[in-house]
Design a protein around this ligand. Sequence first.
Ligand SMILES: C[S@@+](CC[C@H](N)C(=O)[O-])C[C@H]1O[C@@H](n2cnc3c(N)ncnc32)[C@H](O)[C@@H]1O
Length: 215
Amino acid sequence: MLFWHFIIYGIAIVFVIFIFFFCVVLRIIRRYYHFPIPAVLTRVIDNPWRRRFIQKPRVVADRLKLEPGMIVVEIGPGKGNYTKAFAERVLPNGKVYAVDISESIIEYLKKRVEEEEIPNIIPKIDNAHNFSFADESVDRVIAIACLPEIPEPVRVLKEIRRILKPDGLLSLSELAPDPDYPRRKTVKQWTNEAGFILQSEYGNWFVYQINFCKS
Ligand SMILES: C[S@@+](CC[C@H](N)C(=O)[O-])C[C@H]1O[C@@H](n2cnc3c(N)ncnc32)[C@H](O)[C@@H]1O
């Protein structure tokens, strides 16, 4: 009996230390040092629990008003579970460019796309400060738990504005356990500075999604 108490308390203590490290220590470190989150951590963030109870890929996709044929760019696609939900909705003829600065993220996604034979996800190394996409060539740009990780977010937003079509939509989602989590007020301030207009918003303080249009 004592043995099981020891095990249960042990697990609870490790869990609390992990949460404390993730939500407090990492947040303080990242306030002063900006570096891309290691690929392995993005795999921890994208877990079945989150996808089932906190941020369902289908719900995120529903709010984007995706249509067949659309061109979508997802910045920082992680394991690609959200990317898949977007890709299904733009078929036929639509494409989702899953872009990331990290080679290992893109290599992982390339393998997954090949194994699962997903025809319209294109993993691509690209830098959000200087996209390779032409002006006004994209219908949707999506960034989930990603924008605040990238230095100079307003510069990134201006670059997104450049590649979005005049009737295009930008969708930003954030969730509180992310060490880079910004408040909605901060995100609205950034987007306002970059010339975006609020279109719709969903969620609560813990997890939210805000859509913006160009004009
Ligand atoms: C926290 S992860 C994304 C998590 C994922 N969207 C999810 O919800 O599970 C942020 C990603 O942004 C990428 N990133 C950082 N700086 C970037 C840049 N300048 N251009 C493109 N991607 C960048 C990182 O490599 C990382 O994979």
